[in-house]
Design a protein around this ligand. Structure first.
Ligand code: NAD
Length: 269
């Protein structure tokens, strides 16, 4: 079987690596690539634009020009563009894989409404390691229970536009859920000044931005006299891109629904 895939954000840091993984996947073929209309890559061969072999597929300036005959759209762009692409692909009956992060609550609500009308995977982190970390984080939180302060530290490259990272937010959500806390109430995203003692129920997420760090996340459970730290470090973007290609191949065979990487990797309880 050959699954025809369109990559949105084709000239981006992730889009280029996703194109490489689509080309390398035995059951995926690159049928289209999309950039914003004013991007210099529009009109170029998508393979060449990604630093790969030529693919005979020109980068289009809109998804509408690339959607014809596609089975799945892979999108790593920015929140508004991803939402528009989800809507457009769903209308065309095409499956969608979205890796973009930084959605507002309203945008997430829209994804939850539109996603299930087609086959869709939306996940802030597509690496196997991070998705296993989500699972282990929930288990650790349950086993440790109260009495351990939960702190998350994330570090990314200086070009990243959203903060904290979607992965750090998901880690916080997973731990909050495991501990029966409402992240909207207990989430802390920075500290400064005479803030008083830490409240035991806080779940804090701290953001670092420096140089070309691909992505690092540490989850700390700090007790009195000991702490546990769980760290994931991405060495490059290929593990995310490989996960996206795996999600694209998987989702086309599923019934309509909104899935995430826990479903793709068979990690859901
Ligand atoms: P980037 O800025 O390098 O790339 C985004 C690309 O999207 C740019 O080339 C931009 O021109 C293009 N774009 C913007 N609007 C568009 C439109 N309407 N149509 C088509 N293309 C459009 O960013 P990046 O580092 O590649 O990250 C992209 C997103 O992916 C971010 O939200 C990032 O947080 C997320 N990300 C997710 C994962 C994951 O595993 N889920 C991993 C890494 C990054």
């Amino acid at each position: 079987m050959t699954v025809r895939a369109v990559v949105c954000g084709a000239a981006g840091r992730m889009g280029g690596r996703v194109i490489h993984q689509v080309i390398a996947h035995p059951e995926l073929t690159l049928s289209g690539a999309v950039e914003r209309a004013d991007h210099p890559a529009v009109g170029q061969d998508a393979g060449l634009a990604a630093g790969a072999e030529p693919q005979g597929v020109a980068v289009a300036g809109s998804l509408a020009e690339a959607l014809d005959g596609a089975d799945v759209v892979l999108d790593f762009t920015h929140p508004e563009a991803s939402l528009a692409h989800l809507e457009e692909a769903a209308k065309a009956g095409c499956a969608v894989v979205i890796g973009t992060t930084g959605f507002t609550d309203e945008q997430r609500a829209a994804i939850e409404q539109i996603g299930p009308t087609t086959r869709s995977v939306v996940a802030p982190n597509m690496s196997v390691g991070v998705n296993v970390m989500f699972k282990v984080a929930a288990e650790l939180a349950r086993l440790l229970g109260e009495g351990y302060d939960v702190e998350i530290v994330e570090a990314h490259h200086r070009f990243k536009k959203d903060a904290p990272s979607g992965t750090a937010v998901r880690l916080a959500e997973v731990v909050a859920h495991a501990l029966g806390r409402d992240l909207g109430v207990v989430g802390v995203y920075g500290r400064e000044g005479i803030i008083g003692e830490r409240k035991s129920e806080e779940i804090a997420v701290m953001t670092l931005r420096a140089g070309d760090i691909t992505g690092e996340h540490t989850l700390m459970f700090g007790g009195i006299g000991e702490r546990i730290e769980l760290t994931h470090r991405a060495h490059n973007r290929d593990n995310f891109a490989r996960g996206a290609a795996r999600a694209a191949r998987w989702v086309v065979d599923q019934p309509p629904g909104l899935y995430d990487m826990q479903d793709v990797l068979g990690l859901r309880d």
